[in-house]
Design a protein around this ligand. Structure first.
Ligand SMILES: Nc1ncnc2c1ncn2[C@@H]1O[C@H](COP(=O)(O)OP(=O)(O)O)[C@@H](O)[C@H]1O
Ligand SMILES: [Mg+2]
Length: 239
């Protein structure tokens, strides 16, 4: 019997008959301000899942280990069940969002090198910043684990920055989550969608990510569909 393990802010995680496999359902819902703002958007789940599946396929093809198994419907995937690290790995190529407000910077400044930040994943605590020494002292991950995960993040940035550029978008920043499989391997888990990254149109600087919802700039589903279309076109040309 399938059992609902967890309802998050964007997805539901269902246990399947196989203890090593989860079914992920992408919901037609968006949240901001750590869940304080929440709304329904028809078609958002399918668009976010569509983008995430394309990106995960691309990363797998380029040697990144991930939890992805296969899609089962327009809003559902099967993934390998992981023991998640309660960490968010954020990579920033351009100043935006909290990084701009925290340091009093203008959004849009290109960083001389990518900034890497880790946050402790806790809705109760508002996902506080965490450094390596606290991560080690709290036994959240080892130095070797962190090196491995940041290594994957750097490779992902190196792959996705040019992919999005070809699709007419600047990859401003993104958040990744990792987990450990039962055999001990660390894999990229969760999702990659405009819920967890910033994409700006290269020509117009138009926002093509969840900021359109946070800042009430445009329709969320239409925006995600636009990103999905652009990625589909570029990937079709590559194959
Ligand atoms: N392969 C996996 N195995 C176990 N848990 C996962 C896996 N991939 C993602 N998760 C977790 O499932 C949840 C996904 O739902 P989401 O709506 O994104 O939640 P949240 O509101 O916590 O971000 C997250 O807590 C994420 O860490
Ligand atoms: Mg999430």
């Amino acid at each position: 019997m399938e059992k609902l393990l967890y309802t998050g802010k964007a997805k539901q995680m269902w246990q399947t008959d196989d203890p090593e496999v989860l079914r992920v359902v992408y919901m037609d819902q968006a949240t901001a301000l750590n869940g304080k703002k929440k709304d329904r958007f028809a078609g958002k789940g399918a668009a976010a899942k569509g983008i995430s599946d394309l990106v995960f396929h691309y990363l797998i093809d380029h040697g990144i280990p991930t939890h992805f198994i296969k899609q089962v419907s327009s809003t559902e995937d099967l993934v390998k069940k992981c023991q998640m690290f309660p960490l968010e790995f954020v990579t920033r190529n351009v100043v935006a969002g909290h990084f701009a407000s925290r340091y009093g910077l203008d959004e849009g400044t290109v960083l001389t090198e990518p900034v890497e930040e880790t946050f402790y994943k806790s809705d109760q605590l508002d996902d506080p910043f965490i450094n390596e020494s606290a991560t080690l002292a709290l036994d959240i991950a080892s130095h070797a684990d962190l090196e491995e995960m940041w290594g994957h993040c750097r490779k992902v940035n190196g792959l996705l920055k040019p992919l999005f550029e070809k699709s007419g978008m600047q990859l401003v920043d993104f958040k990744l989550e990792f987990g450990r499989l039962s055999n001990g391997q660390i894999v990229l888990a969760d999702e990659f969608s405009p819920d967890n990254c910033r994409l700006w149109d290269l020509q117009t600087d138009q926002h093509l990510d969840k900021d359109v919802y946070r800042r009430q700039l445009a329709d969320l589903t239409q925006t995600y569909d636009e990103v999905l279309n652009r990625l589909q076109n570029v990937l079709a040309e590559e194959n």
